[in-house]
Write a protein that binds this ligand. Structure first.
Ligand code: HEC
Length: 117
């Protein structure tokens, strides 16, 4: 009896957690019109990440990831995993300031860059 109750509780909190994770999509739709043309998979998320990058990172890394003050990132994903890039964003590296982005925004940009190989 107790076990059943526990399983029920665990089950429903899992559902809640999943529901919470899936909730990121609703505010993405309004960004759609800013997506670039010509990209292979121009999802709303990629558009967001690119926009964030242009706001926070392109001054040093270039609007086309070609580099500038900071190194080129057009192949960032071949040497850095998403987790690596997230921690570089959070902690900074060398002359790069820490904490330019945080939370969801940091992980979106990290994921986007990790796909550049
Ligand atoms: C003030 C300039 C500046 C800004 C803004 C900046 N960076 Fe950097 N970034 C650098 C510099 C300089 C380095 C090289 C640091 C070193 O290794 O000495 C670097 C390194 C990196 C690296 C590692 C590259 C490698 O090959 O080791 C990544 C990834 C990166 N930046 C991502 C970002 C992202 C994402 C943003 C925006 C959130 C950003 N940077 C904003 C200056 C900047």
């Amino acid at each position: 009896m107790k076990k059943k109750l526990l399983a029920l509780l665990l089950g429903s909190s899992l559902v809640l957690a999943l529901a919470a994770c899936g909730g990121g999509d609703d505010d993405a739709s309004k960004e759609k019109d800013t997506g670039t043309t010509g990209g292979e998979t121009t999802t709303a998320d990629a558009g967001d990440a690119e926009k964030l990058f242009n706001q926070k990172c392109s001054s040093c890394h270039g609007g086309n990831l070609e580099g500038g003050v900071g190194p080129a990132l057009d192949k960032a994903g071949s040497t850095h995993s998403k987790e690596d890039i997230e921690s570089i964003i959070a902690n900074g590296q060398g002359a790069m300031p820490a904490g330019l982005l945080s939370g969801d925004e940091a992980s979106q940009v990290a994921e986007w860059l990790a796909a550049k190989k």
